[in-house]
Design a protein around this ligand. Structure first.
Ligand SMILES: Cc1cc2nc3c(=O)[nH]c(=O)nc-3n(C[C@H](O)[C@H](O)[C@H](O)COP(=O)(O)OP(=O)(O)OC[C@H]3O[C@@H](n4cnc5c(N)ncnc54)[C@H](O)[C@@H]3O)c2cc1C
Length: 487
């Protein structure tokens, strides 16, 4: 019997697991996919939002600035790649200049510091590629970018190190209260087996599925309106200098608009659009959306060269009929951290603290774990100074074998990722941890070598190694491994 079961290992579930791992509690982190951060937390703009955008009376407005500060602190503590870039919101006319003023006032009410509105010519001194038509911009110095999946993973790794049980491939199908605990029926994805999990308290962090989980124990209170956002990734080497900071257009009711943003890997993200879709799992990329994004982005940076695109992808937002984060105690010992749309990545650590306080109010004893082991360090070969590399490789020969040539990722980094608290099980799992396949060739060269290393280090048949989710095998052939099943 667990004290707390968290349904969903996106950034919110991982942040809650991290927070609760600091207390003497038996905690399960349940995820239907084969890894953490497989939903919205893996496909987003990766921005640590400054906090001027949400209205002050909303949960988003209340949690944004605290979440932003906590994101930067956690990135330092857990060695997660991040950059404080600052961001601009640009105005093309006098009406939009009024919007900037409103955002500035809203930002101050939310606790943002250092906001300023600058004239177009002054902005172009900082960002020379911005359009001459931009008349003014709001400067938000405290925002930045991070590696979103590493952020979620790092929190989950520390949680697991401190006793949290991570249960991947476990799809919660039903949930019922039995006098003093919940009983959850789950299907083990891929094998098709059924399992039952028992917990005294349940936290719903199921992203786009969070309304369905809520409806298992409480009357409907909100409905998820899945809203897809598509992107280009531009190769930083080919694109040259585009922007130094994140650049937003003026927000509208449809959202924050098409953004041009530097990534922590030296590339650029261009997107997203916002399209309401029926299928919550539909992350396909469409020609019409990409053309629309291109038009909007070129209005901001007229010379943007989209031929330098190395990949397109899409993520699905948990927008909802409620309009705000749905953070409520909705039934006995049941907490919803639901409908966590943007800026949910930024707010996740603050949401986790709210969840901990709500659990306290439910009467759960919170005793600090005496031997809690926090912190995390990652060796990134390309960050080792040139003059130290030879000695490092002599001591650690696996770091002398470059597997991903585009991003200079070595075998040592892949093997280290395989030995962490939550080892990757797929080629994309290694990509999310070590950064292989992130560059120009998108894994075309290193993919087969990564597959070999996963098979060797995990002792699995290469035929059973997946590219990403369950059943996405890279090789075809007969295998005797009984765990290797098609879905
Ligand atoms: C296009 C886009 C751009 C965004 N940009 C930003 C940004 O720049 N900055 C920012 O702060 N925020 C941004 N966001 C918002 C942010 O990404 C999300 O708010 C955040 O990732 C939500 O995290 P989550 O853990 O609630 O959901 P998710 O990451 O979706 O995690 C939910 C998890 O629950 C699992 N699950 C679902 N049902 C079950 C079940 N029955 N059993 C077991 N597991 C289950 C899913 O598999 C999933 O892994 C963006 C979102 C999108 C889509």
């Amino acid at each position: 019997m667990f004290d707390v079961a968290i349904i969903g290992a996106g950034v919110v579930g991982c942040a809650v697991a991290y927070e609760l791992s600091q207390y003497e509690l038996r905690v399960a982190l349940i995820e239907k996919e084969n890894d953490v951060a497989m939903g919205a937390s893996r496909a987003n703009t990766a921005i640590i939002h400054g906090g001027y955008d949400p209205e002050p009376h909303t949960m988003m407005g209340k949690l944004n600035v605290e979440g932003m500060h906590r994101c930067f602190e956690l990135c330092e503590e857990l060695d997660v790649e991040h950059k404080k870039t600052g961001s601009w919101v640009v105005a093309f006319d006098e009406e939009q200049r009024v919007t900037l003023q409103m955002l500035l006032v809203q930002g101050i009410a939310n606790g943002c510091e250092g906001l300023d509105i600058l004239e177009g010519d002054v902005v172009r001194l900082q960002e020379p590629n911005l359009s001459d038509e931009i008349v003014a911009a709001l400067w938000v110095p405290e925002s930045g970018v991070l590696n979103p999946w590493e952020f979620a993973l790092a929190m989950a790794e520390v949680a697991v190190r401190n006793g949290v049980i991570f249960m991947p491939n476990t799809d919660v199908r039903d949930l019922s209260w039995r006098e003093d605990h919940y009983e959850m029926g789950a299907r083990v994805v891929c094998s098709g087996d059924e399992t039952t999990i028992r917990a005294r308290h349940v936290i719903n962090a199921a992203g786009v599925e969070s309304d369905r989980i809520h409806n298992m124990v409480a009357p409907p209170a909100f409905e998820i309106v899945p809203t897809r956002g598509e992107y280009y990734i531009l190769d930083g080497t080919a694109a040259g200098h585009v922007v130094r900071s994140v650049v937003f257009p003026c927000p509208t009711r449809a959202g924050k608009g098409v953004t041009i943003s530097p990534t922590i890997h030296g590339d650029y993200l261009v997107g997203p659009n916002a399209e309401v879709i029926d299928d919550r799992t539909d992350t396909s990329v469409t020609r019409s959306a990409l053309l629309d994004i291109a038009d909007k982005a070129r209005r901001v940076v007229p010379d943007l060269d989209l031929r330098t695109s190395i990949r397109n992808f899409a993520g699905v937002r948990s927008n909802s009929t409620y309009g705000d984060f749905f953070i409520e105690k909705s039934a006995t010992n049941f907490i919803d951290l639901a409908a966590i749309k943007s800026p949910g990545l930024t707010c996740a650590p603050a949401i986790a603290r709210v969840a901990r306080k709500m659990l306290c109010e439910e009467g759960i004893p919170m005793e600090r774990r005496v031997l809690w082991r926090g912190g995390r360090r990652v060796i990134r070969f390309k960050e080792i100074p040139e003059e130290e590399r030879a000695a490092f490789v002599r001591a650690h020969p696996l770091y002398g074998r470059v597997i991903c040539r585009c991003e200079t990722i070595t075998e040592g980094e892949i093997v280290a990722a395989m030995k962490r608290e939550i080892p990757p099980v797929s080629i994309d799992g290694v990509k999310r941890r070590a950064g292989t396949g992130m560059g120009r060739c998108q894994g075309g060269f290193c993919g087969p070598r990564v597959l070999e290393i996963i098979a060797r280090e995990s002792g699995r048949d290469p035929l059973c190694i997946e590219e990403d989710g369950c059943g996405s095998f890279m090789l075809i052939g007969e295998t005797k491994d009984p765990t290797c099943r098609e879905i």
